[in-house]
Design a protein around this ligand. Structure first.
Ligand code: MSP
Length: 745
């Protein structure tokens, strides 16, 4: 029997839900292991919202500590630059994957510093922090104290610990032994899965020692208030993100309201190896500060690949981008949630991924939708011919009843298994009734009646399947929803459409949308392509030799996004050039939680960066302060009036087709859908974007640009993109769902 990880259900059917991912260390670039927790949270957040629950989904990056300081040093960067660059990579990936986080916290931000210092001061004022001295073993990789003599190996990661000896502040963790055990007893649903619960309880029962919560041997951290030669212990700093992101530490009324609304968290989703920090230290800190404890902490298992836990130090990572490029983000989400029973370790393999994709998505759900939508078009002009009959009702109702509780218990795999039974039953129902085949002894009238009944019923089953699967396959569900003539699924989700999901919602007479491919069958070479992409990537990112978990290489730091964010940092701090030493005490917090923003937004015409830059404002080099006001001081601002601006018709469009233009290595030919019309646009982005990666992506175009011809092809419009200092474009897009054709004002 699989172990159950626990429930996501809020207390008393609460109408608000706060869930968090762990915040990711910025010493290494994101891989699938990191994407896993964030994708799980995204699926939960989407379902909660679709159930009408006011949901807040937080993620972010953990940027302080010796590990980051050392990684930065090895890469020849300041910790601030280094952290900003890698944090940007995490956020960029979450955005590319379409993850719907509501907030992204960086522990180097000002709001976080204020909150952590307030928490530290509160713990000290309430008598739970005192000064002492510590000599003992410390694991730099895990940022954790370890019991034992010099030379002791860290029980979590197996690396040799370092001996540290310093004056420290201590938290009276020992005072919480009994209180924590009572708390676990009174809240049996607090921790999951059961193995985590058992481990944590036995750890606490074995006795708790006071915990050192400050360090003096390095400076990359948040200064202890009133004693600035100490920085706050990285786990106290990191755990506090869950409250500082809600405004803890701020007196602004909106922050106070936000904190009161969402704290305590309903669920912290974490990896199993960090349960001690979340289930022991965190509730103890909160109890000591007089704050409510989170309602639950649920641990996912590890994603294994080749040699074990996927991690950069082992060199056995797979990037989410690779899977997304070849099979799409939905395929990745489906695989992770269907293949791995939540709470257990699960193996990732390209073969298994492609097998699931072809079996369940291409041949299963995708094929079912395409058969039914095409037949409704073929036989009934694309109009739902009648009401659904009872043929699939019972199984559909049973599926609705089974899916929700399984999902809410974090049994995603079971929930999907149950849903795919409905997919198979619907397929079987079609085959049994064969609406495409008219037996000789059936009258035309009877045959049309059968077709109407069977296709309406199958379409209704697809509607139910699609509504349920939306949190897991959001992009595909959005396409199917349109094909079913139901409009935008994101709008339906906003109005809580899952609350009233029941059989019979697809009305006779509904006009279906155009059939569109959902999951094109993965060809034989899909596995090889993904393997090659990973191989290529590992060749271009040279890991700095280090005994630590992993360190981004100096080559990585020279990548475009890093160059850009480094520039942003230098500008934001108004001081240091990109490669000068920056310490927290001299520069203050980075406070750059927004994604790369210094790069300018450009329209990308067919020509390449060089010609583009000559006709548009030139992006500053990576090490120059990029203060727009500074630029204005020397050149004087060139204003346009609002009348000038409204002449430019900026619209949201979706890329339907993207392909290279023969003999033009910089050009892509795009067909885009504006909702009200489709057009062809040529764009000079072929060196920066794989065409297949662009399909389905929503972009912004200048819609009223005079058409012009290039290479014999007409281009009707221009894409908008940010231009990075090295000329690479980054296409403009949206975090929220936006309808096609929407005008930007
Ligand atoms: N910064 C701390 C967490 C602080 S939370 C207040 C940290 N960071 S981490 O980057 O090392 O890990 C972040 C999360 O990613 C952890 O939950 C970890 O379990 C998860 N994963 C990293 N590699 C993983 C796999 N191979 N498989 C599954 N999850 C893994 O710990």
């Amino acid at each position: 029997m699989t172990e159950k990880a626990g429930s996501t259900a809020g207390p008393n059917n609460s109408t608000r839900y706060y869930l968090t991912t762990p915040i990711y260390y910025v010493n290494a670039r994101p891989h699938l292991g990191h994407a896993y927790s964030t994708i799980v949270c995204d699926a939960i957040a989407r379902r909660k919202r679709a159930l009408g629950i006011d949901t807040w989904f937080l993620t972010g990056t953990d940027e302080h500590g010796q590990k980051i300081e050392r990684s930065a040093e090895l890469a020849g960067r300041t910790p601030a630059e280094f952290a900003t660059a890698i944090s940007g990579e995490f956020r960029g990936l979450w955005d590319r994957l379409g993850l719907t986080y509501d907030d992204f916290i960086r522990t180097t931000s000002e709001r976080h510093r204020i909150g952590v210092q307030k928490l530290f001061a509160t713990l000290r004022d309430r008598g739970f922090i005192y000064k002492g001295s510590y000599t003992g073993q410390y694991c730099v990789s895990d940022e954790a104290y370890v019991d034992g003599p010099p030379g002791t190996v860290c029980p979590d990661c197996g690396r040799v610990t370092e001996t540290v000896s310093e004056e420290n502040y201590f938290f009276k963790l020992s005072a919480f032994e009994r209180k924590l055990l009572e708390f676990y007893e009174a809240n049996p649903g607090f921790m999951g899965p059961e193995s985590t619960r058992r481990e944590v309880i036995s750890f606490v029962r074995s006795g708790l020692k006071d915990l050192s919560v400050s360090r003096t041997s390095f400076s990359w951290g948040i200064p202890v208030p009133g004693d600035e030669k100490h920085v706050v212990y990285v786990w106290l700093d990191a755990l506090a993100n869950y409250i500082t992101a809600l405004g803890y530490g701020s007196d602004a009324p909106e922050d106070v309201a936000q904190f009161n609304k969402f704290w305590p968290a309903d669920m912290h989703l974490i990896g199993k190896e960090i349960s001690r920090f979340h289930c022991v230290y965190w509730p103890a800190f909160l109890m000591a500060a007089g704050l409510p404890t989170p309602r639950s902490v649920k641990a996912n298992g590890w994603l294994l690949f080749d040699q074990g836990k996927m991690s950069k130090s082992k060199g056995n990572i797979v990037r989410a981008d690779t899977v997304q490029a070849v099979l799409g983000a939905d395929a990745l989400r489906y695989f992770l949630l269907r293949e791995i029973p939540f709470g257990q370790d699960g193996s990732f393999s390209f073969d298994a991924l492609v097998q699931r994709y072809n079996g369940d998505l291409a041949n299963g759900y995708g094929n079912l939708v395409s058969r039914v939508v095409n037949m409704v078009h073929k036989y009934f002009g694309g109009v739902v011919p009648g009401p659904a009959d009872g043929g699939l009702e019972e199984i559909a109702v049973r599926t609705i009843a089974a899916f929700g509780p399984a999902f809410d218990e974090l049994n995603f795999s079971e929930a999907l298994k149950a849903l795919w039974i409905l997919v198979a039953e619907t397929d079987g129902y079609l085959t049994a009734n064969a609406p495409w085949k008219k037996p000789a002894d059936r009258s035309d009238e009877d045959h049309v009646a059968l077709q109407a009944r069977v296709l309406s019923t199958a379409a209704e089953a697809i509607r139910v399947i699609t509504a349920l699967v939306y949190p897991i396959l959001p992009d595909s569900a959005a396409k199917v929803w349109r094909q079913l003539g139901q409009g935008e699924i994101a709008d339906a989700a906003k109005s809580g459409f899952l609350v009233h999901l029941a059989w019979g919602g697809l009305k006779a007479g509904t006009k279906l949308g155009e059939p569109a491919p959902l999951f094109p069958r993965a060809e034989k070479d899909a596995v090889e392509r993904m393997q090659n992409m990973e191989e290529q990537n590992s060749k271009t990112v040279i890991e700095a030799a280090s005994g630590q978990e992993s360190v981004a290489s100096s080559e990585a730091v020279a990548s475009p996004s890093v160059a850009t964010v480094a520039a942003e940092n230098a500008a934001g701090q108004g001081a240091s050039p990109a490669n000068s030493a920056v310490t927290p005490s001299t520069t203050g917090p980075v406070d750059a939680e927004k994604p790369v923003s210094r790069a300018e937004v450009h329209a990308v015409p067919a020509e390449l960066a060089s010609s583009r830059l000559s006709s548009t404002p030139v992006a500053a080099p990576a090490n120059a302060p990029l203060n727009p006001a500074g630029a204005a001081a020397t050149e004087g601002p060139q204003h346009i009036t609002i009348d000038d601006f409204v002449k430019v018709d900026l619209r949201v469009a979706q890329i339907l087709v993207a392909e290279r233009v023969p003999k033009a290595d910089k050009l892509l030919r795009l067909e885009v859908d504006l909702g009200y019309e489709k057009r062809q646009i040529l764009a000079g982005i072929a060196q920066f974007y794989e065409p297949e990666k662009l399909i389905g992506r929503k972009i912004v175009i200048v819609a009223n640009l005079a058409p012009r011809k290039m290479r014999g092809l007409e281009s009707n419009g221009m894409l908008l993109a940010a231009s990075l200092p090295d000329g690479a474009p980054v296409l403009a897009g949206f975090l929220e769902e936006v309808p096609l054709g929407a005008r930007l004002k």
